[in-house]
Design a protein around this ligand. Structure first.
Ligand code: SF4
Length: 116
């Protein structure tokens, strides 16, 4: 998804800081719930409800519950799942617009709420 909305320099800088922080958490070994993937309605609702219960700035909780990885996820006989091919990814901002996440990400990152 790419939109023409302008992102201010301040927002870009804030996104960059937070993206760096998120990467740091993942690189330092934060364990995230990569599986089971959330494919059916009930599974998605369960993950989303847990995300909604978090404080907006509980970034560790968001990464953990959504099952973030720094590289694309690929299960057996499945297509590769990465932010850059997800319907929630905003290309020009490198940002995830899933309402329960709303996080700066990288194109090669992934999470279990990936949708094409
Ligand atoms: S929902 Fe997950 S895979 Fe999709 S853009 Fe957001 S973080 Fe990336």
């Amino acid at each position: 998804m790419d939109r023409e909305a302008t992102v201010s320099p301040e927002q870009t800088a804030a996104d960059g800081e937070l993206r760096k922080r998120l990467r740091g958490m993942l690189e330092s070994g934060l364990e995230t719930e990569v599986e089971p993937r959330a494919y059916d309605h009930d599974a998605v609702q369960s993950v989303v409800a847990r995300l909604q219960a978090l404080a907006p700035d509980d970034y560790e909780g968001k990464l953990r519950i959504a099952g973030f990885t720094l590289t694309p996820w690929r299960g057996e006989d499945e297509i590769e799942q990465a932010c850059e091919t997800c319907m929630y990814y905003v290309v020009h901002r490198r940002f995830c617009e899933l309402p329960e996440l709303m996080l700066p990400v990288e194109p090669e990152w992934s999470c279990r709420l990936w949708r094409i």
